[in-house]
Design a protein around this ligand. Structure first.
Ligand code: FAQ
Length: 318
């Protein structure tokens, strides 16, 4: 293709982005747009799948049948989210095997938040309330992201995350209204999950390498700091409502800006976790690698069956 032809295609592409048109898999797109989407969508998919592990740890210990059913359903939803996202990512010309390989080798990241341990039942409440709460704030703007398959996947994901957030908040509310020991357990979970939940929304805008370009392409519709502020403003009154204390002594309402001021995020800890040195990174990747190798016989059996069926069709056609 000549340079002029490429320039024309780029111009048409930029016009479509400016007009809020969706880019679809067979449309022309700049190679960097494609690669950036593979990076973000695959990391998002990996996060959903790895994100099943901390909660799966509590399925057998849920305190009632009702809680067990709700938790099981929520974790299955996360598997579904991962699968929609892997499928959306495959439309960009990368295979599922390559995507898994990138996760297992450490080339692709997944969300920092899933490298923390789940120590008590209250952590199920804190994850639903805070982690799914932060995920919704991040993902609602992604429903209008520029790449069609990603935007459409996000619509259903957000509806389900909204149920997850409520089931988590309801667990926290029940514990906070319970015995002093139960309330202390809820407060302890809030203390441990608050800062990691704020940091899962990504580094501050001045340290974010991708935000500027991703905003131009309308892949991201809000910056990391905007999302974080929105999360804090939304969540602090919820904590007050159930009588829990946000573990940030500097937290205060600013009447001029109409926002909460907050502090206490440990960015060194965040980067350590992102680089693979968090409390559970090794366990999480080992669990995914084991699932992949233990599932080999299922993949082999499915392939053998598909081959047999295809042979049968060929024989019938002859
Ligand atoms: N963890 O330039 P930026 C969920 C990396 S789903 C690890 O700001 P960007 C549902 C980033 O990749 C949760 N790495 O990056 C659920 C980049 O490194 P790279 C996942 C992080 O992409 C709930 C570098 O730092 N959600 O929770 C993190 O513009 C409960 C520079 O950062 C999504 O993935 C992090 N937290 O903005 C499931 C949503 N943050 O790639 C189960 C879609 C940044 O150059 C249970 N993703 N990095 O090597 C996004 O919106 C964006 O990718 C951000 C990061 C906002 C996460």
């Amino acid at each position: 293709m000549s340079e002029i032809e490429i320039k024309n295609l780029e111009q048409q592409f930029n016009d479509r982005i400016a007009n809020d048109e969706k880019i679809e898999p067979k449309d022309w797109m700049p190679e960097k747009y494609r690669q950036t989407h593979i990076r973000q969508i695959s990391q998002h998919a990996h996060s959903e799948i790895v994100g099943m592990l901390p909660e799966a740890n509590w399925i057998t210990r849920a305190p009632s049948l009702k809680r067990k059913v709700a938790l099981l359903a929520k974790i299955q939803d996360e598997a579904g989210h991962g699968l929609y996202l892997y499928s959306a990512c495959e439309t960009l010309g990368i295979s599922r095997e390559e995507l898994y390989e990138q996760l297992h080798s450490g080339k692709a990241k997944y969300s920092s938040i899933f490298n923390y341990p789940t120590l008590t039942w209250a952590d199920m409440g804190a994850i639903g309330w805070l982690v799914d709460g932060a995920a919704i704030i991040n993902q609602v703007p992604l429903c209008s992201t520029s790449y069609g398959p990603y935007a459409r996947a996000m619509v259903r994901v957000c509806k389900e995350e909204s149920f997850h957030q409520r089931q988590g908040f309801q667990i926290m509310m029940t514990l906070a209204e319970g015995t002093p020991e139960q309330k202390a357990m809820a407060q302890d979970a809030l203390n441990r999950w608050w800062f990691p939940s704020l940091m899962m929304l990504g580094p501050t805008d001045d340290a974010s390498v991708h935000t500027e370009q991703s905003m131009k392409w309308k892949l991201k519709r809000k910056t990391n700091d905007e999302l974080r502020q929105q999360f804090v403003d939304q969540t602090v009154p919820q904590a007050t409502m159930i009588g829990l204390t946000i573990p940030d002594p500097s937290l205060k309402w600013n009447e001029k800006t109409n926002h909460y001021e907050f502090d206490g995020l440990d960015w060194d800890e965040f980067w350590q976790v992102v680089k693979g040195h968090g409390p559970c990174n090794k366990d999480r990747i080992d669990a995914r690698k084991n699932a992949w190798s233990n599932g080999k016989w299922v993949r082999d059996a499915a392939m053998a069956y598909a081959d047999k069926e295809s042979d049968k069709r060929i024989q019938q056609a002859i």
